[in-house]
Write a protein that binds this ligand. Sequence first.
Ligand SMILES: [Zn+2]
Length: 409
Amino acid sequence: MVRTKKLRIPPKHIYSEINATSADVWNTCLVLMDFYQYQRGYPHAHNRFYFGKDCPQWMQKKLAKRFPLHSHSVLAVMKRYFAAWRSYSTHKRNGNTDARPPHKRKSFMTTRWNYTAIRFDKTLLGNSLSLAMGRGRKRLDILLPTSFDMSCADQIATVDLVHEYGEWTLHFTYRFDDERPDVSGDGVLAVDIGEIHPMVTHDGEETLIFNGRYIRSLYQLRNKVNAQFQHLISRTTRFSRRYRKLVQRKWKTLNRLDRQIADCLHKATAKLRDVCVRRGIATVVIGDLKGIRKRMNYGKKANQKLHQWAFSRIAWLLDYKLKAVGIKVVSQDEAYTSQSCPACCHRYKPRHRNYHCKECGFTFHRDGVGAINIRKKYLGQVVPVAAAMIPPRGIRQTPRLTQCVSQTR
Ligand SMILES: [Zn+2]
């Protein structure tokens, strides 16, 4: 199992120099490939690889000891180059005529350090990350914040130096052994990922509604801030001093909001994972999200709101968080699950907060019905559910603490 963690670091001039060197390696790969093809005389209109099997080895020898980088960092760029070739070849085989082999020269490129090049040092100021820059060269030392978790430092597989949206970040990749703790129960819990509430769950007895008001407010603020900055930017000359300053400020604000949104989603999904563990859930059924974007077309403004509702992101977060504790995750087609009556299968589209069946009188919170039906569909139950259901419990995130607070409706 692989996990990635990001860490923002204060900018330094040397970082761009290092990433420029990585780009140099890439550009050299381009030149070397031309040379290789010229030398071997391989035909250009060929559906398979243009180069022989010995090409990576040959290129590795040519690249060695040419750049002020650790040899494994150079190798990482070369691997990326050949991966681009492979993806080009797959695209071409699949009939994509627009596909081109890697050809663009780069100015900057993410640098990767393998675990062989990583060391942690204890300094007077705290722990520092020491990255090797090749034999005989000074190592790159980056001071880590005190909050950095050192307990699984020996599981770090790679460190990437990434420049994204005007900020420098380190991406740590951890490799864990697949430890599957025993799941004590055999319960089935269904999750309905929806427009109004990010998650509504049902496990046969209890219905939980995760309130999405706080996340929605963050998304609304993000849209607003984005629009305001975009308006200001549109009045400036492109690439002028003011333009650059505004763009920088825009990304700084948007990045902060994105981190808040990510934090919020992480906390909500982690809360659900804890609920599953506590209640002995072995299988989690997630409503299939494939049709969600097609089905929704409620006008421009509503679409923006709904599309951003990180549906796939929630599903993805749930997927890896649940699998990490040994819970099976399956997806289930959710057609008509929000319209059918769980008790008598009569279909109607609810207009209000509550679902009220005219045929049998079944009444329940509208969003809970979707989750109940997804669970029923997965279990293949045609038989009605219990007539007297426990009313749903709401889980709300407060803006200040962003902690999940339970509340009964
Ligand atoms: Zn009914």
